[in-house]
Design a binder for this molecule. Structure first.
Ligand code: NDP
Length: 398
């Protein structure tokens, strides 16, 4: 019997719980645990199935988490809390011998810097314990890694350039809101841009390289080169890649708000003293911004995320574009969550399903592209994120 422990009851956790509950032959029993149990209870109530239980847990408190794991005895832990919790939850997995999955790589609270070195550092310990960690099973990272592995398996002898393109053409009707946890999102997009070229990482000022890219069913959108974590693992696992970049769309309105937030110091992560107590400006900002989980009802439009790849097949140059478009409204109708939570939560469920069905397995710490992409690609079509592909088209990314 498969039991899963889902940690984190935010927008993504809600979708993961909904989707796992909809596949009861794989996910026989589900526990949703988070810092605030009332959020878990509300999600379980909405799902309305009797194989979901809830619990309160502070995932940064390893002994508390270990005790919950020992009581519930899950086969797998799905971590959809925040990246700050990753290492603590991995520590609890090591102590209890349980497999681990997440959607975002660890970053330290005091430094907005995400890289895989901390989690890859668990490789030997996970191997010795005989358990596995699957890192980054969301959309990007996650599906983008699987798309790249699928391209390498079926379309190319050698991958040469990779451009991951992430467009959110949705409109939620708010002046400014982030689509997932505001603190994590703003830390990510205010960093310097960075891309991979000829074995070097090149840093650029934030949002200083822009292209108008056309997205299927959407049209042209201004797209900015930013750094994203999957680039690090993809250039490691596909060493023929000479250039790897990540593009994300932002409206002028969004960037203007972001500039103001930064200029007045509200994106700061250093504590400041306010009326006799210490507060972190970005954490205070999170408290006043719209909750990403509440955006779904009025969200219209689609996301479009994919990989644009150049390489060689049978001695000939070839281009390939594989992508998914997801409607915010459809996502909301199905799960009560907007498209960004949906596109993250569905792949987390599928990654967990791959492990529980033993289609993906091993001992140690793995990124998504290290496994056979085919069963995962099939399940994307089956569980709400159908993909399309275009061959030998203009990728617009020269
Ligand atoms: P939310 O802020 O909506 O939810 C996070 C949840 O984690 C909240 O319920 C929060 O509890 C809980 N939590 C925080 N700290 C702890 C703790 N110490 N112990 C237990 N629970 C805790 O975030 P999202 O749902 O938007 O995002 C979830 C994750 O998904 C993030 O890591 C994000 O980076 C990742 N993500 C990945 C994407 C991808 O494509 N790979 C895309 C989008 C997001 P409380 O309710 O009490 O605050």
């Amino acid at each position: 019997m498969n039991k899963v422990l889902i940690i984190g009851a935010g927008g993504v956790g809600s979708v993961v719980a909904h989707k796992c509950a909809s596949v009861p032959d794989v996910f026989n029993d589900i526990m949703l645990a988070s810092r605030t149990i009332s959020k878990c209870d509300a999600i379980a109530h909405n799902i309305g199935k009797d194989n979901i239980q809830t619990a309160q847990v502070d995932a940064d408190d390893v002994p508390e988490l270990v005790s919950l794991i020992k009581t519930y005895q899950p086969s797998l832990i799905i971590n959809v809390a925040l990246p700050y919790q990753d290492l603590h939850i991995m520590d609890a997995c090591l102590e209890t011998g349980i497999d681990y999955l997440d959607t975002a790589n660890y970053e330290p609270l005091e430094e907005a810097k995400f890289e895989y070195k901390w989690q890859w550092g668990y490789q030997e310990r996970f191997k010795d314990k005989g358990i596995m960690a699957l890192l980054g099973s969301g959309f990007d990272p996650g599906v983008t890694n699987v798309f790249t592995a699928y391209a390498a398996k079926h379309h190319f002898d050698e991958l040469h350039t990779l451009d991951i393109v992430d467009c959110n053409a949705g409109d939620h009707g708010k002046a400014f809101a982030t689509n997932f946890n505001p603190e994590i999102n703003i830390r990510e997009i205010t960093q310097k841009g960075k891309y991979y070229k000829d074995e070097n990482w090149i840093e650029i000022p934030p949002h200083s390289i822009k292209k108008d890219l056309h997205y299927p069913h959407i049209g042209p959108r201004p797209s900015y080169l930013i750094y994203h974590e999957e680039l690090e693992s993809l250039v490691k696992h596909f060493p023929t890649i000479t250039q790897a970049r990540f593009w994300m769309t932002f409206s002028e309105e969004y960037l203007t708000h972001l500039r103001v937030i930064q200029n007045i110091g509200m994106a700061g992560i250093e504590p400041v003293s306010y009326e006799g107590r210490e507060i972190v400006p970005l954490q205070f900002l999170k408290a006043v911004l719209p909750d990403p989980g509440s955006l779904g009802e009025n969200y219209e439009g689609e996301t479009s995320i994919g990989c644009r790849i150049k390489g060689v097949k049978d001695g000939l140059e070839k281009t390939y574009y594989v992508y998914n478009n997801c409607s915010h409204q459809e996502a909301y109708k199905e799960t009560g969550a907007q498209g960004v939570s949906y596109t993250t939560g569905v792949p987390a469920m599928i990654g967990a399903k791959m492990i529980l069905e033993k289609k993906w397995g091993g001992k140690g710490v793995f990124n998504m592209e290290q496994f056979d992409p085919d069963p995962f690609m099939d399940d994307l079509n089956r569980y709400g994120l159908p993909w399309e592909e275009k061959i030998d088209v203009d990728l617009e990314v020269d």
